[in-house]
Design a protein around this ligand. Structure first.
Ligand SMILES: [Zn+2]
Length: 331
């Protein structure tokens, strides 16, 4: 409640004033923005998703990048340690490696000459492995009923589908790959037993093209996108080494940056950060909400950007206000 009121007050102050007041108050220099998908306008209108805050339409992405270009310095993740100057800075990041990053986001980044980093979960490349969240939503979306823990849930209305998706997502985060697969298989009713066909990720060839593009940096997002907290040290090592090797073989460049799968405190802790720091990544990003400090590149906070984030909302997020409010009020 207090948070909502504060946001309202802040939104009502002119954007320039917020930046000035804010700059004086808190030492925020660079803010990391986190995207996942940029859908074509048609796809955006015509597809159903459980998680709208992770998806933007190409039209909105164009508006957002245009706004960022005009009001901020959009910098490469490789330039985050440069000397501080007056201009506010943002880094654009994408997670997972969706094909739409190449098809829909890249042309807009090129139009405004803005750099970005794309973190790839290498088992998704060439659609070899489909992440559980896409399969789960496809099952929930196509069925009218789902049985879980011997309880049958009627899922006809869209809001019921979203509710069960959110409930099950929390559960899936804590399972290993084979437990997830078993559960997905149980959910599928007879009518839908045919193979779920999902082709939404970059191919190795696409990745090579992105790696050759001067605006794009490629980062590692593990191989199978696990919750690192449920893996042991050896398993984490395998996830990283596998993924870095695959990426370096394809793009023929060194991989210097890492994004923690899911990125929130449920999925990493200080021990994991300690292990990750042994791989000499220049940066490790999370989805925790905080202020980025240049002396801590092993746990960089990011703020998610969705389709509703334009003008004032985008501005607030890009100067770091939302990250701080979310930290204070424990989102
Ligand atoms: Zn991810």
């Amino acid at each position: 409640m207090i948070k909502k009121k504060l946001i309202k007050i802040i939104d009502n102050i002119s954007q320039k004033k917020i930046t000035d007041v804010f700059l004086d108050l808190i030492d925020v220099d660079t803010v990391f923005l986190n995207y996942h998908r940029v859908l074509s306008n048609d796809e955006f209108q015509n597809t159903n998703r459980p998680d709208d805050d992770l998806v933007v339409s190409a039209q909105i992405f164009d508006k957002q990048v245009n706004y960022l270009k005009k009001n901020f310095e959009v910098i490469s993740i490789n330039d985050i340690l440069q000397k501080r100057d007056k201009k506010r800075k943002v880094v654009i990041t994408f997670d997972d490696g969706y094909l739409d990053n190449l098809k829909n986001a890249l042309p807009i980044l090129e139009k405004y000459n803005c750099p970005a980093i794309i973190y790839i979960a290498t088992s998704f490349l060439d659609n070899k492995m489909v992440p559980w969240w896409l399969k789960l939503w496809k099952i929930i979306y196509s069925q009218k009923k789902i049985v879980y823990n011997d309880k049958s849930y009627e899922i006809i209305e869209k809001k019921d589908k979203k509710n069960i998706y959110n409930l099950l997502s929390k559960k899936f985060l804590l399972l290993n790959k084979s437990q997830q697969d078993t559960l997905l298989d149980e959910f599928l009713d007879h009518k839908h037993k045919e193979q779920i066909n999902i082709n939404e990720f970059l191919s190795s060839e696409n990745l090579k093209d992105l790696g050759d593009n001067d605006l794009i940096e490629i980062g590692c997002h593990t191989h199978t996108h696990p919750n690192l907290k449920i893996l042991n040290k050896k398993e984490i090592h395998k996830e990283i080494i596998n993924s870095v090797n695959i990426l370096e073989n394809i793009i023929k460049k060194k991989i210097n940056h890492f994004s923690i799968p899911y990125g929130s405190k449920n999925c990493f802790d200080d021990k994991i950060i300690q292990q990750l720091s042994e791989y000499n990544f220049k940066t490790i990003v999370t989805t925790e909400h905080d202020i980025f400090k240049k002396n801590n590149c092993n746990k960089i906070p990011r703020i998610g950007i969705g389709n509703l984030d334009i003008n004032g909302r985008l501005h607030r997020k890009s100067v770091g206000i939302d990250s701080i409010l979310n930290k204070i009020f424990r989102r």
